[in-house]
Design a binder for this molecule. Structure first.
Ligand code: B12
Length: 213
């Protein structure tokens, strides 16, 4: 359920593009004090603001420095309001961007959703080479590998990675998310029964609760 009012969003958004980091932080704190769910803060505040910034940047109505600054402030806020680390987790997830994928805010949120569900996470961040991901999965032997794939342009790299993971770990659960597969995840993933597309962190949260608790 969306617990963030439009007026709070606009206040946050305007302060974000104006570079008022402390004011943004106060707004998040206020919303949390009022009982907002961190998942709603992620989606209905941070993600909504960044999607809007992306559109304005695309239409040359915001500059690259403004977009970069808003991104930096958002990363600061995500770290500042991070959920507590899980204790005694008995599940592990490797969460990573695919090779040449530099959008790492979404998967960072994803790693926290796993943690909120008491999973230990290994978050690798942006652009990890395919072979290194495969080696690391072998090393950690997680219960699930969560891949973030934002730019459709990287489809070849994405398929190469899923091919390798499926070949080496045929029974490992692969969870895929990100804007690249919004439209045609069924088609792209139909060859891989171990891979599942989950479009949002709310649905990821429901999936983890249903399948693993
Ligand atoms: C910030 C930003 C950047 C930053 C990223 C910095 C960082 N530290 O992450 C930088 C400057 C690096 C960047 C670079 C580029 N960007 Co950019 N960027 C953005 C922007 C404004 C915000 C991204 C973001 O954080 N969104 C908020 C997060 C929370 O949303 P999200 O990623 O969708 O994640 C959510 C879901 O998708 C899902 N999810 C994501 N991953 C996963 C994984 C799993 C397992 C699950 C379950 C769910 C899940 O859950 C998340 C939370 O709800 C977007 C605008 C947009 N629409 O997103 C453009 C945008 C994504 N970028 C774009 C472009 C074009 C580029 C560049 C090509 C620009 C250039 N010419 O260099 C490069 C490409 C770099 C690369 N190879 O990856 C385009 C993509 C267009 C397209 N159709 O492909 C966008 C949409 C802007 C636009 N309107 O044109 N970008």
């Amino acid at each position: 359920m969306n617990s963030i009012k439009e007026s709070h969003f606009l206040d946050f958004y305007n302060n974000l593009v104006d570079g008022n980091k402390d004011k943004c932080s106060d707004i998040v704190q206020l919303l949390l004090n009022e009982g907002a769910d961190l998942k709603d803060i992620y989606v209905d505040l941070f993600q909504k603001a960044l999607y809007r910034i992306g559109k304005l940047w695309d239409h040359n109505e915001l500059t690259i420095p403004e977009e970069h600054m808003a991104t930096q402030i958002t990363e600061f806020l995500i770290a500042k309001f991070a959920p507590p680390s899980p204790v005694n987790s008995n599940r592990k997830a490797v969460v990573t961007c695919i090779d040449k994928e530099f959008h790492e805010i979404g998967p960072r949120m994803v790693s926290y959703i796993f943690e909120m569900n008491n999973w230990k996470t290994y978050f690798l961040g942006a652009s990890v080479p395919t072979k290194e991901i495969v080696k690391y999965v072998k090393q950690i032997d997680p219960d699930a590998v969560a891949l973030s794939f934002g730019l459709y342009l990287n489809l070849g790299r994405f398929l190469e990675l899923v091919d390798h993971l499926t070949k080496f770990f045929p029974h490992k659960r692969i969870i895929v998310g990100g804007q690249a597969l919004k439209e045609n995840s069924d088609n792209v993933l139909k060859k891989y029964p171990n891979a599942l597309y989950i479009p949002s962190i709310h649905e990821l949260d429901e999936y983890l609760k249903k399948e693993y608790s």
